[in-house]
Design a binder for this molecule. Sequence first.
Ligand code: SF4
Length: 434
Amino acid sequence: MKKFFIQTFGCQMNVYDSQRIINMLESYGMQQTDKIQDADIIILNTCAVREKATNKVFSALGRIKQSKKPTALFGIIGCVAREAGETAFKRIPDLNFVLGPQSYHKLPLILSNPDAKLLNIDLGGLEKFDELPQVEKSPALAYIPIQEGCNHCCTYCIVPYTRGRELSRPFKDVVKDVIQAANTGAVEICFLGQNVNGYKYIDSDGKVYKLSDLIKEAAKQDNIKRIRFTSSYPTEMTDDLINMFKTEPKLLPFLNMPIQSGSMSVLKRMNRPYDLNQYIDIVDKLKAARPDIQISSDFIVGFPGETEDDFEDTMKIAEKIKYINSYSFKYSPRPHTAAALMEDQIPEAMKKQRLAKLDSYLNELQRQFNESCIGKTLECLCEGLDKTGKHLIYRTPYMQQCVVNKPAEITWPILARIDITEANKASLRGTFSK
Ligand code: SF4
């Protein structure tokens, strides 16, 4: 039996794409392996959001070339593939395939023609969803992409180049995926998209469907107990969507809503045209709709021209909103983006210093929130055993990891009410509620 190896870098969308590739290759009678030396085909599913991530991919390809079987095919798919295109073959001449995020369903072509160099980085829209085989069995947490690409054109972001303009999948196709997931093991649905709350599909009768309509449909499925979505753009948090947090109890009380910076002038240069009052207003509305909601954010520090005062404004907004589970990064210039050409690039040492300060504060906020959960009972979704095999890892409604001792029984609940007994910055501990 032929074997394949796949490694995934980057965002949840890539995790989803890799899962579909696994399904597809299994439908060709292949078996997944975690050993590169055993694989007949080696796939890196890549991320181009940061320069470091791109470099990592090419270093990994160099190492793979040394350790793979001489006959094994290897290549890249995803955003680095789209960014590098033909130049990837120049950097690694033995490479067999380079497939963009919207053309990875063409991968089997290399199986039937292993001597060819397969290159396809077209932004072919959403046709891949029609060509991929149906998922037979869903994990408890099913990721369902509802749109791809982005129209926002933030000046630092390569996504509009690698994933293209925003396209929303037909409403009925997404609902079909939700029903399929619900009927084959899913308990939680996470709707995915680069700009997920910008989802908008107009059918042939002119009827407009939004993310709130998808949430309502998913909630109708008895087997689905938890619903969430990521990643959201602040000004696309429309009232109908905010209202979902009030009317739909299956929607988790947690939202990742990246602000990126707390400085108005930096936001302007980032081409994120919302003002802070508008953002705070949205958070207030969300809290009014669902008082227990918590917000997380992504931050970029050291954006070109960011002054010390701009950075302090970012610290202030973090303090005001009291974000939990946030991600912060140093600005990294990417090709095809306007910010890479801006003057006043910030020196690396300063970026590093600011990132350390912000990270330390965000970690403190997370620790405080985690500690505030002690004594509470939270309904959590099981992710499986930890590496020792002695503990179960559950995920709270706020995406915290919660560790529970494995019970003596062979099976354990997928969804469980857990009494939280301990907390630190990184995780919680708890016991099954009686
Ligand atoms: S909204 Fe997000 S995906 Fe779209 S351009 Fe901005 S950062 Fe990139």
